[in-house]
Each structure stands twice: as structure tokens, then as C-alpha cells.
Design a protein around this ligand. Structure first.
Ligand code: AMP
Length: 289
């Protein structure tokens, strides 16, 4: 496994892989790898000859007062995990390597960022789209793998790829959870034991919503109220949003249809957690793309 820190070297290596007739899968991450990330890598491994991951805590997707400086890092641990899962190349650029002096270009989507997390994190999805577009240009992948845990991000990337005619297949992987149901996240490391317990309320509230939907409830307000009150009954929680929306446009819905996305962001102590699931006829599964 090779670790590459410069854009130029990465581009040369990827050009050589393509010239040799081999395919490339890319898994972008911010590091502090957990089983969710590793699952994305296993999927990427199965779909291409060469598996590249990037580890880059992208400053342009963090807002003022967010956790850019505290974001957990573990270079050696990450490299060990990547090696074990069969990664061929790790791209680990510095921030100045990615954003050279005079940098001024951004990829901006019109509508998708005006929903869900985009409302409380202005500029976040433009930062994500921009860095992912850059990573695509640097590694020129045939396939790129993202988690459904960050559903809005996956939607934004899929739309960007379509809109800008990027010749890349985007694969979405269902959310990997801890045995008790908490969605895996690098940010779970911020939680103290009491907060960790309360964090389970997100999954519990989604189970409740699925049950109500299965029983025939189709009024978004009723489901949202039930979700909110279950979460609020747990200490340390502060709801940012709970939304029921169209899984493609992310517009909120007035009556539930065949496929509906239930998405939420909740602050547990100082940690902002997100989760989502699909409410759809005949299924209570998480895998929704
Ligand atoms: P991050 O390092 O948080 O930027 O995440 C990198 C990629 O891993 C993104 O595509 C995430 O959606 C995905 N990811 C993060 N957590 C999970 C999880 N629990 N299950 C599946 N994918 C995940």
C-alpha cells in the first residue's frame, strides 16, 4: 500500500493505472476510520482493480465554530486498517496542497443544499461538492463509494456527477451500526457514557417511525411529533431537525407516499449526530438507493 501526499504524484499514478487498462474505485474519507468506512472500502475493492482512499479533513466544509480543529485523527491506526482491508493507495494531502495560494473556485448546487443539514450548516455542501470534484479530478475514478449515513451528501454528489457529466458510477452503501443500533461515526468518539446512551434515541425513534408507518400512519406531522418526543425524552439531546421528505429532491412532503426519507440531526451534548432511514411500502430496511 502506497501513501501519496501530493496532487501531482497522485495524478501521475492514476494516469498510469488507466493506461494499463485497469479500473479505479475511490472512497473519500476524513479519516479516524471505523467499520462504516471499511465497509465502503470492501465494496470499492469488489468493483475495481485498484482501490484508492483519500483521508483529508476538508477545511472548506466546516463552518465557523464547528469542530475542524478538534476533529479526531489517527494516521497510523488508519493506515493499518486500510492495509488490512486491501487498499492500494492512500491519498493524504495537506490543506495547502489541496487549496493552493490564490484558490477561488467552488462547486455550488442550487436546491439540494437548501434542505436538512444545509440549513444549519451554510456552505457545507458546496465545500463537500468542491472537494469531491477535486478528488475526482485528481484520482479519475471509474467508481466512487459513499455512505447512506450522509444521505444528503450522497444525493448532492450523485446530482453533481449527473449535472457536470462526470463519467463516474456512484455507489451508496447502507449505514453500518454499532450492535446496539447507533450509526457509526468518527464523531461518536466525542460522546461521554451518558451521552452515548442518549445517542441511541435516534435509532429508537426511527424504529418507532417505521412501526407507525407499517401500521398505516401517513401524516408526516404525527410521525415527526412521535420522533421528536421520543428523542426529547432522553437527557443531553437537542434536536436540530427531524424531517420527512422526498428521497430524491429532499423537499418536505405533506402526505407520505411510497418512498419517504426520514432524516434527523440531533445535538447530544456538544456532538451533532445525524441519522436517516427510508419509510417505504413493504420494507423496513435501511438500504434505500
Ligand atoms: P467521513 O469520514 O465521515 O467524511 O465519511 C466518509 C464516508 O464514509 C462517507 O461517504 C460517509 O457517508 C461514510 N460513512 C460514515 N459513517 C458511515 C456508516 N456508519 N456507515 C456507512 N458509511 C458511513
Amino acid at each position: 500500500m502506497e501513501v501519496v501526499e501530493t496532487v501531482q504524484e497522485m495524478q501521475q499514478i492514476c494516469e498510469a493505472i488507466r493506461l494499463a487498462g485497469e479500473t479505479i474505485a475511490l472512497v473519500p474519507t476524513m479519516g479516524f476510520l471505523h467499520q462504516g468506512h471499511l465497509e465502503l472500502m470492501r465494496v470499492g475493492r469488489r468493483h475495481a482493480d485498484k482501490l484508492i482512499i483519500s483521508i483529508f479533513v476538508n477545511p472548506s466544509q466546516f463552518g465557523p465554530g464547528e469542530d475542524l480543529d478538534q476533529y479526531p485523527r489517527d494516521r497510523e491506526g488508519d493506515l493499518e486498517k486500510a492495509r488490512k482491508v486491501g487498499v492500494d493507495l492512500v491519498f493524504m494531502p495537506s490543506a495547502p496542497e489541496m487549496y493552493q495560494e490564490g484558490y477561488q473556485t467552488r462547486v455550488q448546487l442550487e436546491k439540494l443544499p437548501r434542505h436538512l443539514c444545509g440549513l444549519s450548516r451554510p456552505g457545507h455542501f458546496d465545500g463537500v461538492a468542491t472537494v469531491v470534484a477535486k478528488l475526482f479530478n485528481i484520482t479519475r475514478p471509474h467508481i466512487a463509494v459513499f455512505g447512506q449515513k450522509d444521505y444528503q451528501q450522497l444525493t448532492v454528489i450523485s446530482r453533481m456527477v449527473m449535472d457536470l457529466n462526470m463519467d463516474i458510477r456512484i455507489i451508496g452503501v447502507p449505514t453500518i451500526r454499532e450492535p446496539d443500533g447507533l450509526a457509526m461515526s468518527s464523531r461518536n468518539s466525542y460522546l461521554n457514557p451518558g451521552e452515548r446512551k442518549s445517542a441511541l434515541s435516534l435509532k429508537k425513534s426511527m424504529d418507532l417511525a417505521l412501526e407507525l408507518f407499517r401500521e398505516g400512519e401517513r401524516r408526516p406531522g404525527v410521525i415527526i411529533d412521535a420522533v421528536r418526543s421520543l428523542i426529547s425524552g432522553h437527557p443531553f439531546t437537542e434536536i436540530d431537525y427531524v424531517a420527512l421528505c422526498d428521497p430524491v429532491t429532499l423537499d418536505s412532503v405533506e402526505v407520505l407516499g411510497e418512498r419517504n426519507l426520514l432524516a434527523m440531526a440531533v445535538r447530544v451534548g456538544k456532538t451533532r449526530l445525524i441519522d436517516n432511514c427510508l419509510l417505504q411500502n413493504g420494507s423496513d430496511r435501511d438500504d434505500h438507493i
